[in-house]
Design a protein. Structure first.
Length: 184
């Protein structure tokens, strides 16, 4: 029996690709004069920015921190691009009304995540939110889902995980939860 829904955020519950892409594009240009390629970013969407920076041969920790700070500052400028997955959110509301716990599990940074949740007026909806600041490893590592299950006090077979990215689906499968792939 399903006792908890655990949802990814970026690309699953909310289409954040455009907002993230434009904010990172601006941050990379300013910080390291890299014109972030749309296809490169699309193909790596779902990875932590630390891992994307490694792919771009950026390993200076202070530079990485600077890119993250710039992105966080620019991100709200692009919130007009955000699109909530209304049918999925309505499904979550119906399931919550039936007593099923609803959680977000994302490797997004706390500040960025809560900026979006507050902008969309849905921050108080969730029973639990686990974000990138709460875990050591990004997806495809299953840590974010395992932490969410532990905090919800549910077993993997009692969870239904909604995900969109390859890395996220791998993480959900590695956490042994039941997985549904979402496409916005």
């Amino acid at each position: 029996m399903i006792k908890a829904i655990i949802s990814d955020f970026d690309g699953t519950l909310v289409d954040t690709f455009e907002a993230n892409y434009h904010a990172y594009k601006k941050a990379f240009k300013e910080a390291v004069n890299i014109d972030l390629n749309r296809d490169f970013y699309f193909n790596n969407f779902g990875l932590r920015i630390d891992d994307i920076c490694k792919l771009l041969n950026i390993d200076d920790l202070s530079l990485l921190k600077h890119i993250k700070e710039l992105k966080a500052n620019y991100y709200p400028d692009f919130f007009e691009y955000l699109k909530i997955n209304e049918s999925l959110f309505n499904t979550y509301k119906a399931l919550k009304a039936q007593g099923i716990k609803i959680a977000l599990a994302t490797t997004a940074a706390h500040k960025n995540l809560y900026n979006v949740l507050n902008y969309l007026n849905i921050a108080d909806f969730f029973d639990l939110i686990v974000c990138g600041d709460d875990v050591k490893h990004g997806k495809p590592d299953p840590e974010v889902y395992i932490v969410a299950m532990d905090k919800l006090n549910v077993k993997p077979n009692e969870t239904l995980i909604f995900e969109d990215s390859v890395a996220g689906i791998d993480a959900a499968n590695n956490a042994k939860g039941n997985v549904i792939k979402i496409k916005i």
